[in-house]
Design a protein around this ligand. Sequence first.
Ligand SMILES: [Zn+2]
Length: 215
Amino acid sequence: MVTNPLADFPFFSCELTDQEIENILQRHHPHFVKHFPKGLRIDRTACGLGVFTTRKLKANRKVGRVRGYIETRRDYTSDYCIDAGGFLSLEPAAPFRFLNHSCEPNCQFMNYISVEEWEDEERRRVALERAASISSRINLARTDAAYGVEMWLETLRDIEPNEELTIDYAWSDDRAIPCLCGSPNCRGWIIAPELLNSFLRKLKRKEKERREKVA
Ligand SMILES: [Zn+2]
């Protein structure tokens, strides 16, 4: 029986107590995490936890493969999950589970499975069969490996040792929350750039309606 080891994760590590952060740091120490990429560490940030590089990284290079747990429900959503193509969502394991958002990120996720590959129903059937077959032989049920998913974190620019690694969460507008990334071009909200303007218009409209109701 394989259970989802990531199910009980808190999302906003800012809301964690010092003791909870300490427990996470111990539990996700590279020594205890399978496939923890070399040259990375999880550490405290001004607000909770983040992922840091211990060495200089060049632009447009792979940082590490994102391992994790696969969800096959089409409507699946969570605070961490990554679109892994077609009907698959990847719940990343440590360390990449702890990547923070920035409106000017220095990294991005790259999916090495072509979109076309996952689009048709036949491919879906084959993937599910292959996953079931692999899972029955080795203890890989519902992991990226069982589904043949290959997701990597890659650098977007040169990164100095001890810099925090960040990605653009690019959330949909129904999940947008205020952004505290502090970058000069911060959008103010954690939201996909192309959705920002319509989202702000919607906010304005709602605020106007609220004021009219009060008046
Ligand atoms: Zn921001």
